[in-house]
Design a protein around this ligand. Structure first.
Ligand SMILES: [Zn+2]
Length: 135
């Protein structure tokens, strides 16, 4: 994993319309977890998210959400996943870190507002996240 190198300042930029789609999807799935694949690109540690994909064969419940990674087509534009925590905690669970996919994992906690989204790396470290206007 090239992103293990410490010197890269990681950050996540996410467009406002993607945030709104994530929030409404998670609200719809509540009280179960919702899970989506993040599309975008990364350059020198800066991960820009500008699209979403509903994962095939996803399974969700009140405390878990996932999908079989083997069903995913190989696509370089998949930068990570976002899932919701209906419990209201934004911390990644051990299982979340175990099922880490891509470069970044976003967690949306209930009640799914703009400031309920948090970004994490594969080590469970928080990554700064900013919402940007342009798409
Ligand atoms: Zn989780």
């Amino acid at each position: 994993m090239i992103f293990k190198k410490k010197k890269l300042e990681r950050k996540v930029l996410i467009t406002k319309d993607v945030v709104e789609s994530i929030l409404s999807y998670c609200q719809m799935k509540h009280p179960n977890e919702g899970i989506l694949i993040l599309k975008g690109k990364s350059k020198q540690g800066e991960i820009k998210v500008d699209g979403l994909v509903i994962p095939p064969f996803s399974y969700t419940g009140p405390t878990f959400a996932g999908f079989p990674h083997s069903f995913l087509p190989f696509d370089m534009s998949y930068v990570g996943i976002v899932h919701s925590h209906p419990s209201g905690s934004a911390d990644p669970s051990v299982e979340d870190l175990h099922n880490f996919f891509g470069l970044v994992s976003l967690i949306v906690k209930s009640p799914y507002k703009d400031d309920c989204i948090f970004a994490w790396d594969s080590g469970g470290n928080s990554v700064p996240l900013s919402i940007v206007e342009e798409s």
